[in-house]
Ligand binder design. Structure first.
Ligand code: PDD
Length: 319
């Protein structure tokens, strides 16, 4: 940490990371070419946003991320190598080891290293990797002006609810957006909205926020759940239901959201204007509520870490 100068542009290469129980320089960290993550994409991951609000640097929805990690691990039958509290300790440590006020913590677990063969290998320890990188501020232009999106048929597999490192389908869809001068690809399966290439999508009509139901077709996003929770706290109705392609065309507002992008308004879809062509009033309100919710979450994180430290000291006999 000593050599880091809080200069995200150059410092990230000197970052440190956790690999299988050891802290090592990110630039030197290596896994075997036989790692099943490399060979088969046989692994799962999480991305957790860290921001500094009211002087508190905290990861957001950390518990929810590790609950989803457990769900993904269960779905692919990899034993979770750590307890939730250990994951939270690791998250706190990787943040602490870096100076950046905004970070994206990355957690990946693969089925481990074995001779290339499709069946699960016996007696192999999972590979555990935790790193962090600077998280640039979300461009104010994107918040104020919104972003463009394009649509595409969802051609991915039917386990999109697992946060798997097998992301080729998502990568191709993100590149499709870039190739079409857009910021995101909104995917449709059988004429119904699924999600973005790396975001969840919500549609706003007549003051109601609608989001597709959780299913094997979409990732159960932490941010979209956060938005639903915030909306309900403020008395805004959230409708969880299948959304047709034609509803996208007549929406007042469309939002994308993820840990890394928070909430952004989609103001053009396939070149057609969405609503007024500017981030709408519901978006502006939600954006503000979202920032407030981050403040609350940061305070909770500090309280939880304090409780954890007291508990750890007590169990070690330190008074
Ligand atoms: N992506 N849907 C997909 C396909 C995603 O990849 C993501 C997140 C989301 C939003 O999930 P959350 O709100 O929990 O971040 C929805 C992460 C950020 C990534 O792969 O980098």
């Amino acid at each position: 940490m000593a050599e880091l100068r809080n200069d995200p542009a150059s410092d990230w290469q000197r970052a440190t990371c956790y690999l299988n129980g050891e802290w090592t320089a990110l630039a030197d960290a290596k896994v075997s070419v036989l790692d099943r993550g490399f060979i088969f994409g046989d692994g799962v991951y999480e991305v957790i946003a860290v921001d500094t609000v009211d002087g508190i640097r905290a990861p957001f929805h950390a518990h929810a991320h590790f609950a989803r990690l457990q769900r993904s691990l269960d779905a692919v039958r990899i034993d979770n190598p750590l307890q939730v509290e250990q994951w939270l300790d690791l998250t706190a440590e990787v943040i602490e080891r870096h100076l950046w006020p905004r970070q994206l913590v990355y957690v990946q677990i693969t089925r481990g290293v074995a001779k290339r063969d499709h069946p699960f290998p016996a007696g192999v320890a999972p590979t555990v990797f935790v790193s962090t990188s600077p998280w640039p501020a979300i461009p104010s232009e994107q918040v104020e002006q919104g972003v463009a999106a394009v649509t595409h048929v969802d051609e991915r597999w039917l386990h999109c609810d697992i946060k798997s490192t097998s992301l080729l389908g998502n990568v191709l869809m993100k590149q499709y957006a870039i190739d079409n001068a857009a910021s995101e690809t909104v995917m449709l399966r059988d004429g119904f909205l699924t999600e973005g290439s790396s975001t969840n999508i919500s549609v706003i009509k007549d003051g109601v926020i609608s989001t597709p139901p959780k299913s094997v077709q979409i990732l159960p996003g932490i941010t979209v759940d956060g938005i639903a929770h915030i909306a309900q706290q403020h008395g805004v109705h959230v409708d969880v239901r299948p959304i047709t392609a034609s509803e996208l065309a007549i929406a007042d507002e469309i939002w994308l959201c993820s840990s890394g992008r928070e909430v952004l308004a989609i103001v053009s879809l396939d070149g057609a204007v969405v609503g007024s062509g500017k981030p709408g009033p519901m978006y502006r309100t939600m954006h503000e509520w979202f920032q407030q919710a981050k403040r609350e979450d940061a305070r909770n994180w500090v309280a939880q870490r304090r409780a954890r430290s007291i508990e750890t000291r007590a169990s070690e006999g330190v008074t």
